[in-house]
Design a protein around this ligand. Structure first.
Ligand code: ATP
Ligand code: MG
Length: 346
């Protein structure tokens, strides 16, 4: 069986380091592993419109921002098909047929939908399109016959819902669709990176982000103002590392060679954590280390982004070619779907 990846992001803002460790970095690794026959990376503008209907310009502009972030991180248009969701109308038609296979109460039970409705204060006024986005996501995944979906942990309920739709479709209309599996980052700290406020997950909609395109000075300011353990007041106080965002970020980003380069008094993160826990290690020293670690990871990304920013027509061309190729694949699946449903009348 062909190994196929489908994943993507909503163009609601520039991408941040939560996207990077939770999904982007994994995608680039999978892309370069040579283990996949086809890779589709979707900029989900239609999905972004489900809760931004009144801000189409914001969505339109962020398509380019997300594309730049992709290229900056090492997604390679020679190996991955990068495309814009709304340019593939076949996805909308698939969604319409799948809607008949899902009950309202099933979508209401989806924990991610529940959390997002709450976060957006949608309780009394959920747009129907937003409510249905897990179904449209199933259309995106199945249209490309994806076998693997590398995403963050918050997407787990979406993949479950997609699998249910695949089973239902295949049992009603005959074996047609391919069941996907989720690919999560192996590093626990990357599953759901908290924001710099340490409260919720880092999210474009919450404004608690370090963006991949942030300038070095802004990153430093954000890191130095990060929350730590509120009871770690004086240097000599024992500190907590569990739930401390600075240490969660170190878990997500730091590698042994970073100690050699930036903090040679320690051999590894366990030693640093142990010192913090027993007391005698100040927040400023840890934050400075974290700043060095993140700066060294983001600098090459930012430089590559600046290079692509000077070549926007090339980026448009990549999106245009990617969308044309993606549309061909989705159209084939839609033909199969209509055939199985016996609505391929002429
Ligand atoms: P929005 O607020 O518009 O929903 P978002 O920041 O949640 O934006 P998405 O476009 O919804 O970003 O998510 C894109 C991908 O990044 C998904 O695979 C998601 O699981 C992953 N992701 C998003 N935020 C994080 C995070 N804080 N930690 C790990 N992975 C994340
Ligand atoms: Mg989201």
């Amino acid at each position: 069986m062909k190994q196929i990846i489908l994943t993507g992001d909503r163009p609601t803002g520039r991408l941040h380091v939560g996207h990077y460790v939770g999904s982007l970095k994994e995608r680039v690794k999978l892309q370069n592993s040579g283990n996949y026959d086809e890779i589709y990376i979707m900029i989900a503008d239609a999905q972004a419109l489900t809760d931004n209907a009144e801000h189409p310009e914001k969505v339109r502009q962020n398509i380019m921002q997300v594309a730049l972030d992709y290229l900056a991180c090492g997604l390679d248009p020679e190996k991955s098909t990068i495309f814009i969701q709304s340019m593939i109308p076949e996805l909308t038609e698939l969604t319409f047929y799948y809607m008949n296979l899902v009950t309202v109460s099933r979508v209401q039970r989806n924990p991610t939908v529940k959390a997002e409705i709450q976060m957006r204060n949608f309780e009394a006024s959920i747009p129907v399109g937003f409510f249905c986005y897990p179904i449209s996501q199933a259309a995106d995944i199945t249209a490309f016959r994806a076998t693997s979906v590398p995403v963050g942990e918050d997407q787990m309920p979406m993949i479950e819902q997609c699998k249910e739709i695949v089973h239902k479709f295949n049992s009603v209309y005959g074996e047609t669709l391919t069941e996907p599996k989720i690919v999560l980052p192996s590093n626990q700290a990357c599953l759901r990176l908290p924001g710099i406020d340490g409260k919720a997950k880092m999210s474009k909609s919450l404004g608690n982000c370090i963006y991949l395109s942030d300038e070095s000075e802004d990153i430093r300011t954000k890191i130095m103002s990060m929350f730590t353990d509120p009871n770690h007041i004086r240097v000599q106080d024992p500190g907590k590392v569990e739930g401390n965002p600075v240490f969660i970020y170190l878990d997500a980003f730091c590698r042994p060679e970073h100690f050699e380069e930036f903090l040679p008094d320690y051999n590894n993160l366990d030693e640093l954590k142990a010192h913090y826990q027993r007391g005698g290690l100040g927040d400023v020293k840890v934050k400075k280390f974290l700043n060095n670690v993140i700066q060294s990871e983001l600098e090459p990304i930012r430089n590559r982004r600046k290079m692509w920013e000077k070549n926007l027509p090339d980026v448009y061309d990549i999106l245009k070619k990617g969308s044309a190729a993606a549309r061909e694949t989705a159209a084939k699946t839609l033909d199969d779907v209509r055939h199985s449903m016996r609505i391929d009348y002429f």
